[in-house]
Design a protein around this ligand. Structure first.
Ligand SMILES: *[C@@H]1O[C@H](CO)[C@@H](O)[C@H](O)[C@H]1NC(C)=O
Ligand SMILES: *[C@@H]1O[C@H](CO)[C@@H](O)[C@H](O)[C@H]1NC(C)=O
Ligand SMILES: *[C@@H]1O[C@H](CO)[C@@H](O)[C@H](O)[C@H]1NC(C)=O
Ligand SMILES: *[C@@H]1O[C@H](CO)[C@@H](O)[C@H](O)[C@H]1NC(C)=O
Ligand SMILES: *[C@@H]1O[C@H](CO)[C@@H](O)[C@H](O)[C@H]1NC(C)=O
Length: 535
């Protein structure tokens, strides 16, 4: 019976002392096994024996359910069942009136009832410490029980379990690679030293979400002023986000959210949100445009003021848009009260929202355009609007020496341009006809001037405003050169004709004489023949 006591707890020690001191020369009580480890609720057999040389009284003192299962000379075997906790049943014996005792040490082992990793924060910023809590309820013997913290499959930390229930903590520095990783804790009941093996219980995993939301660098690009009824795009940008796809953006003007129209673009680790900002009448004045980026459980925000203004173009009016020359026209420009207007070509008066001036319309003013420009300062910016109107002046018809020269003198056969055009508004109709025969004057390019162009023409310029008449005389110069040539030719022809005639006459006379001579000879011969030939 080896007294190999591995767990020298105080009550066991006292019991041993009580057994050993008086029986130094007497009988001893012993127990077998002196140590036992059993699963909770299990049973164990304990054997009590005495070394007494007589019949000793044997017994087992325990609050466990016990049954005597066997007995012999100075020994008894008991079965202890339903062992739920550590216990030290005490074997005692009385030999010669002297009692000795021996305690057995029963150690119960059991697996923890509960191993739980406390929920992780929904988001954990990168670069901050995260404390993991593992709750362990039950489990024994604690001296063999360890908690292991796990990052995925990787072991982070290992600690003893203290307290009931026990809360074991471990701290980890979170980085980007922890995003989406499952954390858990595990208990290890290591009963390998007593050949019972290693028993593990693992908590449910908890997935960690980490994020990076830079507190600086949020940019908001927006016009500072926006005209009512117009639209502009506003852009909000932030870089360095992780995980960028989880980031949310909130764009708002005052309390009005702009997001329904916005698109969010993710590129690399940056985010760009665009929204259309329209100037609404009910938002006239200075407004706050806000861009907020949300990631994890944090938010960064930037604001900028936008002034929504109304600035209609100045109203430029002419008392009449179309007047006859010599009529007075009132040119007037009016803008909203805070604006300053200027009218081009008109001397500047005191600055104000209105300017006017009176014009005596002349023909030169026809087609003149008046431009009125209004300037308004909105949120430190000078804005300009303008309006233009054109004046039409009715005049004419005009047809003077400039429009249509009255005397044209040309050489016959030359090339000329006959320029004659009436002026006026409305533009006049022009008709030039020759006094004597009504022939029309060919206005424009003449490829060859002929003498029958000469004459005096009457030009009429006609418009709805009246009629104007101007005489135009055309003189075509020609020399008699051709006539002289003609005369010379005729003279020569006449001379030639005369000479020819003379020659003819002479020739004819000669022929007649010759004929007469022949006739005479013929008659003589016939006479001779008649005489020689009788019928
Ligand atoms: C983490 O645990 C959840 C649920 O237990 C599981 O669906 C998921 O696949 C695990 N993720 C990883 C990376 O192991
Ligand atoms: C603990 O693990 C053991 C085996 O290792 C198993 O039999 C037991 O049911 C587990 N306990 C719990 C509470 O999961
Ligand atoms: C306008 O000018 C014309 C020519 O200069 C003049 O004859 C006319 O009287 C003026 N009209 C007025 C209303 O001043
Ligand atoms: C009138 O306004 C338009 C646009 O607003 C601008 O392009 C133009 O230059 C302005 N004209 C003048 C004369 O100010
Ligand atoms: C044309 O010239 C002649 C003489 O040179 C002159 O008498 C006449 O008045 C002129 N006619 C016109 C319409 O100018």
């Amino acid at each position: 019976m080896a007294p190999g006591n591995a767990l020298p707890a105080l009550p066991a020690l006292l019991a041993l002392l009580g057994a050993l001191l008086p029986g130094s020369e007497g009988a001893q009580t012993s127990v077998s096994p002196p140590n036992a480890t059993l699963a909770r609720g299990g049973s164990v057999q304990v054997n009590c024996s005495s070394s007494c040389d007589q019949q000793a009284t044997l017994g087992l003192e325990t609050d466990l359910a016990k049954t005597e299962v066997a007995r012999g000379n100075n020994w008894k075997a008991y079965e202890l069942s339903n062992v739920h906790k550590d216990s030290k049943p005490l074997c005692f014996s009385t030999c010669r009136g002297e009692q000795t005792m021996a305690a057995a040490v029963l150690t119960v082992y059991w697996f923890p009832d509960q191993v739980e990793l406390a929920p992780l924060p929904s988001w954990q910023p990168v670069g901050e410490n995260l404390t993991l809590h593992c709750q362990v309820a039950g489990g024994a013997p604690r001296s063999h029980l360890t908690v292991v913290f796990l990052r995925g499959e990787e072991e982070l930390n290992r600690q003893p379990v203290v307290g009931e229930p026990a809360e074991v903590t471990a701290t980890v520095l979170v980085d980007r690679s922890d995003h989406g990783v499952n954390f858990s804790c595990r208990t290890e009941l290591d009963l390998r030293p007593i050949q019972l093996g290693l028993f593990e219980n693992t908590s449910a995993p908890h997935q960690l979400r980490t994020f990076v939301l830079p507190s600086t660098g949020l940019q908001l690009v927006t016009p500072r002023v926006l005209e009512m009824g117009t639209q502009e795009t506003v852009v909000c940008f932030l870089g360095g986000l992780f995980p960028v796809s989880e980031a949310q953006v909130h764009l708002a003007l005052g309390d009005r959210r702009l997001d329904p129209m916005s698109q969010i673009m993710y590129r690399g680790d940056s985010l760009t949100a665009k929204a259309v900002l329209e100037g609404r009448a009910e938002e006239e004045g200075s407004q706050q445009l806000t861009c907020a980026v949300m990631l994890g459980n944090q938010i960064v925000e930037t604001r900028q003021s936008v002034t929504i203004y109304s600035f209609p173009a100045p109203n430029l009016t002419l008392s009449e848009p179309e007047v006859s020359e010599g009529t007075e026209v009132m040119v007037e420009c009016q803008a909203r009260a805070e604006a300053v207007v200027t009218l081009n070509g008109v001397p500047a008066g005191p600055p104000g929202p209105q300017v006017q001036f009176l014009l005596n319309a002349s023909a030169e003013d026809n087609g003149r355009s008046f431009s009125c420009s209004a300037a308004l300062e909105v949120a430190g910016q000078v804005l300009q609007k303008n309006q233009t109107r054109e004046l039409r002046v009715l005049y004419g018809p005009w047809l003077d020496e400039r429009d249509c020269p009255g005397n044209w003198t040309w050489k016959e056969g030359s090339q000329q341009t006959l320029r004659c055009q009436a002026r006026g508004n409305p533009s006049p109709y022009l008709n030039c006809s020759r006094e004597k025969d009504g022939a029309l004057l060919p206005i424009g390019n003449l490829s060859c001037v002929t003498r029958n162009l000469s004459g005096t023409y009457v030009c009429r310029a006609i418009s709805s405003r009246g009629e104007l008449i101007r005489e135009v005389s055309v003189t075509v110069l020609y020399s008699d050169h051709q006539n002289i040539v003609a005369i010379v030719v005729v003279t020569i022809l006449a001379t030639l004709g005369a000479v020819g005639s003379a020659a003819y006459v002479y020739n004819r006379q000669r022929k007649i004489k010759k004929y007469k001579l022949q006739e005479a000879q013929k008659a003589t011969t016939m006479k001779l023949n008649t005489q020689a030939t009788p019928p």
